[in-house]
Design a protein around this ligand. Structure first.
Ligand code: HEM
Length: 430
């Protein structure tokens, strides 16, 4: 084949996934930071390494742990394979979260991208549950007790909690049924779901005529600006980013081993018993709020808010511009500062002053309604203050409130991971 024909063939194949030309402005790294693309690379790396792990792993409590030991000590590159799978899984959660933040802060949920926002939220849930179901598989103390503590949070949920827990565990506590269920969900159902949904995600980007681009009048090139060939301009950037990411994951996997504690022992719980790190925000919340609020009311409100967001906020005018405007960025920064101080102060006050977290059973009024009302009033006050101080648009204020809540969640997660030691006391536990 002549070089020209070869190039044409290559282009036509790629055309199924990429337009042949793209606006030059969408190539700027600062528009997307390549986060979605990196997440895709990790999904494929996880599937590839996961398929290899399946040759060794045995999903039965009696042999799961031994099969991991065998993998690590006897199989050539077995430890590296496990490390790659573990660290890519963690990195995928992080990158998906960052991608979600970039989509939010560039207003890429305008009406043309509304549906893709919804698809993205489902992808996010699939990524988190893929990690969660994989967490149990090594069947060591960390895995066993992390799943026990995470699912035992459901006990607090009235009416449906115990039923949901039984459904997830296939019994009252993690056992053979749980491991087999998690294995099937982790290795078949969720990967299939991801592979099924991802093409829709990409198709919606093409339906929206590509990524968001700023319409700012200061851009002298007009909208959407000059086009360039996807090959080589876009593809070379994507391949370079993918290679750098793979190199970083490989390096991390060469130097840091995925944790493996002693074999699971249902009769001996470690102290402290912590949920997987991405659920530590919820575990921390549970230490301060009545379970009905921390497990039902707040997460449901958050879910509804996220799914409804594109219908209550139309960022079309500013789509593609980070933080909507300079003013929007300032407000988001203020919200972030207020949230860090407010959340840390709230945790400390609850822990040492008010004792809203007594050792006795949580009380619906003191641990639920009161703090909940205070938070709602705080958000409402913040909303009004921002609107008044900055004469901000609705979109900018929604962004500030989102920043307030997202930062609080990150701070709670950080406290849960690094500042809760034995007995879940506040201390440095890094
Ligand atoms: C497995 C998880 C995900 C993968 C692999 C993924 C992949 C991608 C890729 C490759 C892009 C192209 C641009 C870029 O790199 O940023 C993209 C765009 C997009 N994603 Fe995701 N995504 C995921 C999760 C999410 C989540 C959680 C959301 C939000 C809730 C989301 C919403 C969007 C939207 C709205 C776009 C279009 C952005 C634009 O037009 O600028 N995605 N995604």
């Amino acid at each position: 084949m002549e070089e020209k024909d070869q190039r044409k063939y290559f282009r036509n194949l790629l055309l199924h996934f990429r337009p042949s030309t793209v606006p030059e402005r969408t190539l700027r790294l600062s528009l997307t930071w390549g986060l979605g693309g990196m997440a895709v690379v990790l999904v494929f790396l996880l599937i590839a390494t996961g398929l290899l792990l399946k040759f060794i792993y045995e999903p039965v409590p009696g042999s799961a742990y031994d099969s991991i030991l065998y993998l690590q000590s006897r199989v050539p590159f077995g430890q590296l394979l496990r490390n790659l799978h573990r660290w890519s899984g963690n990195a995928l959660i992080l990158l998906t979260f960052l991608h979600f933040l970039r989509v939010f802060y560039t207003g890429a949920f305008d009406p043309a991208r509304r549906f893709n926002w919804t698809i993205g939220l489902i992808l996010f849930a699939a990524v988190v549950f893929s990690n969660f179901t994989g967490y149990l598989l090594p069947w060591d103390q960390i895995a066993y007790w992390a799943i026990t503590i995470s699912t035992s949070m459901l006990d607090y949920l009235p009416v449906v909690g115990v039923g949901i827990k039984r459904l997830i565990l296939g019994g009252t506590e993690p056992g053979t049924a749980t491991l087999m269920n998690f294995y099937a969900i982790h290795t078949a159902i969720l990967p299939a779901l991801l592979l099924f949904i991802l093409p829709f995600h990409f198709w919606r980007i093409r339906k929206a005529n590509g990524l968001v681009i700023p319409r700012s009048p200061s851009e002298d090139t007009g909208y959407p600006g000059p086009q360039v060939d996807a090959m080589p301009h876009l593809i070379v950037r994507e391949v370079t980013t993918a290679l750098i990411l793979l190199a970083v994951i490989l390096l991390i996997s060469m130097f840091y081993n995925a944790p493996l504690a002693d074999q699971a022992n249902p009769g001996l719980s470690p102290n402290p018993t912590k949920a997987p790190w991405y659920f530590m925000g919820i575990q921390e919340l549970l230490m301060h709020f009545h379970p009905v609020f921390s497990l039902l009311v707040l997460p449901s409100m958050l879910m509804v808010g996220l799914f409804a967001l594109p219908y209550i906020d139309d960022p079309t005018e500013t789509a593609g511009t980070w933080f909507r405007s300079r003013k929007g960025r300032k407000m988001a920064l203020i919200a972030m500062g207020v949230s860090i101080i407010g959340t840390v102060a709230g945790v400390l006050l609850d822990e040492f002053q008010f004792g809203l977290n007594p050792s006795g059973p949580p009380d619906m009024i003191t641990n639920g309604l009161w703090p909940f009302a205070i938070i709602l009033a705080f958000c409402a006050g913040f909303y009004l203050l921002m609107k008044k101080l900055f004469s901000a648009t609705g979109s900018e204020v929604i962004q500030a409130i989102f920043t307030l809540l997202a930062t609080a969640f990150v701070v709670l997660t950080v406290i849960g991971i690094w500042f809760r030691g034995a007995g879940m006391q506040l201390m440095w536990a890094g």
